[in-house]
Design a protein around this ligand. Sequence first.
Ligand code: DGL
Length: 270
Amino acid sequence: MPVGIFDSGLGGLTVHQEIVKTLPDLPLSYLGDSAHAPYGVRDADDIFRLTCKATERLWDEGCDLVILACNTASAVALKRMQETWLPKDKRVLGVFVPMIEAVTERGWGDNSPPREVGVKQVALFATPATVASRAFQRELAFRAIGVDIEAQPCAGLVDAMEANDMDLANVLVNGHVDALLRRMPNPQAAVLGCTHYPMMRAAFQEALGPKVKVYLQGNIVADSLAYYLDRHPDMKGAAGASRFLTTGDPINVSLAATKFLGRPMTFEKA
Ligand code: DGL
């Protein structure tokens, strides 16, 4: 029984590769919904419908546990899925809460009351839908007090990355960082709240300057998954091969993924 990893496209591969490093024996089935990417410009009902459909496809692969390695789906659809849709024998986890637990210096699953934390000014870079959901602010307020968040919707960045246009992606990162720094000149931390963005980490760090601590999700999600599986060993499948599925054209997606990760990747039609 593999664990399912879902993203709208290629971005979840940045989470997948960290999970493989942390849990090398865990079989994984990856599904990228490239036929419908990007999600970040869609409305909430659309994102909910597409995320449920993709999750059902991963159930067909035997994945009783699915990780939404997509902040847009985690921010916009996850709560509604858990409250209104998910059968009792299935689990869906998002990538948002582990990131917030890391920024607020908490142990995984620590639900104690909000408290003061070291970081006071946080810059959030995410898709327009994630920013509009205000899920980051909501989840952070459950855990920390006295933290200012300035969020920048990074329009166009996922499209440029899915198209492997890294020159355009670099220009967009600089423009989005400039826009944020005009509103919050001295953030202490920056959260890359889209799983595509770790591939642009160097550009974000350079534009933000060396004093800003940039948080990436891959390793944080991998560690929190390891912790979750220790407590829920029934969700841990026996060793097996990983599969990569796409709703898009497998040849084009394999080429794009190979460029994205810098190593050979083969996708199959979902
Ligand atoms: N990787 C997705 C995320 O983390 C990208 C969203 C999109 O498709 O716009 O939000």
